[in-house]
Design a protein around this ligand. Structure first.
Ligand SMILES: NC(=O)c1ccc[n+]([C@@H]2O[C@H](COP(=O)([O-])OP(=O)(O)OC[C@H]3O[C@@H](n4cnc5c(N)ncnc54)[C@H](OP(=O)(O)O)[C@@H]3O)[C@@H](O)[C@H]2O)c1
Length: 299
């Protein structure tokens, strides 16, 4: 997928809000919304007047985040539990959403993610969890929510999926030319992506991952985001009424970076929200990968 710089300034988001197409009837779900970039995206979408469902794997943390939004910011958002690494939690969430809101989902922000590396580490000890959370999580959740995407059920503007990805998952990080050839093809299919991910996990299991041309920095995390980007292409092609955008928020000060970074979660969220809220006529018709310009990202 071709990477494109994002808008030059967060004020673009303010301009976008003048071309407001959404209302309080517009429904957005954000995964991993209890802290970090996810929390900031929930806050901004709620400030802009959408109906937002904050999800978190830990109910106490999710409810605490909802209370903070209400008590400190005067914002009302709903909460539903969701562990994206657990298929049964994904199915329960999809059923609860359907029962409560019906087929009304306009925006899905796949934000939840993990990395177990310190900034300069490269351990693959938790590769399975990383792949399960960062790749299979968004993939299975998207599939489970297909029956409730508004655009697939009614005559409306396209449903948007914003996958919070990383430039570490860029194709130019892949040294193995065969793996790169498969993933960069515009015709890559779901089976090839799953096979690539399985091959990586097998290389990890067999202790040979270092010599196989996988990305060299935060390897398991990079593979998870590579797979997510490739799957975004598949998804965007499969459904005319879904618009899929990948976004790298850049090196953002959150728990994932142990508080290091060049900017705040709120700053990253302003770009994420701007992408999620692009006016219908500006939505890219094929999956695109945006990143913040002029911000060096170690992720
Ligand atoms: N920070 C950066 O510099 C940076 C750069 C590029 C991309 N990103 C991406 O941005 C996204 C948000 O990261 P962040 O920086 O905000 O990190 P963060 O502060 O560590 O937040 C991660 C969020 O994901 C949730 N989460 C983890 N595993 C989950 C699961 N199985 N099910 C549901 N929720 C789960 C966490 O919940 P708990 O509180 O329960 O752990 C937390 O809410 C991630 O996809 C990350 O890869 C971040």
């Amino acid at each position: 997928m071709e990477a494109e710089p994002c808008f030059s300034s967060p004020s673009v988001y303010l301009k976008l809000s003048r071309g407001r197409w959404w209302s309080s009837e517009t429904v957005a779900v954000v995964t991993g919304g209890n802290r970090g970039i996810g929390f900031a995206i929930v806050k901004l979408l709620a400030e802009l007047g959408l109906t937002v469902i904050l999800t978190a794997r830990d109910t106490q943390k999710g409810e605490a985040a909802v209370n903070t939004l209400r008590d400190e910011y005067g914002l009302n958002v709903d909460f539903l539990p969701l562990d994206v690494s657990d298929p049964s939690s994904i199915n329960s969430f999809a059923s609860s959403f359907k029962a409560k809101y019906g087929p009304t989902l306009d925006i899905l922000v796949n934000n939840a993610g993990v990395s177990f590396n310190d900034l300069n580490d490269n351990s693959v000890e938790h590769a399975e969890t990383v792949i399960k959370t960062n790749f299979y999580g968004p993939k299975l959740l998207t599939q489970a929510l297909l029956p409730v995407f508004r655009a697939l059920n009614a005559d409306s503007s396209p449903t948007r999926i914003l996958n919070i990805s990383s430039r570490l998952g860029s194709l130019n990080k892949v040294i193995n030319s065969e793996i790169r050839r498969v993933l960069e093809s515009e015709n890559v299919c779901e089976k090839e992506i799953d096979e690539t991910v399985s091959m990586f996990l097998e290389d990890v299991k067999m202790g040979r991952w270092k010599n196989r041309g996988w990305p060299e920095y935060w390897t398991d995390y990079a593979v998870s985001k590579l797979a997510l980007n490739a799957y975004s292409k598949v998804l965007g092609k499969r459904y005319d009424d879904l618009r899929v955008i990948c976004f790298c928020p850049g090196f953002t000060r959150t728990s994932m970076t142990k508080g290091k970074g060049t900017h705040s979660p709120d700053h990253a969220a302003s770009f994420a929200a701007a992408l999620a809220l692009l006016p219908p006529q500006h939505l890219p018709t094929t999956a695109k990968f945006f990143y913040l310009p002029s911000i060096h990202s170690k992720l």
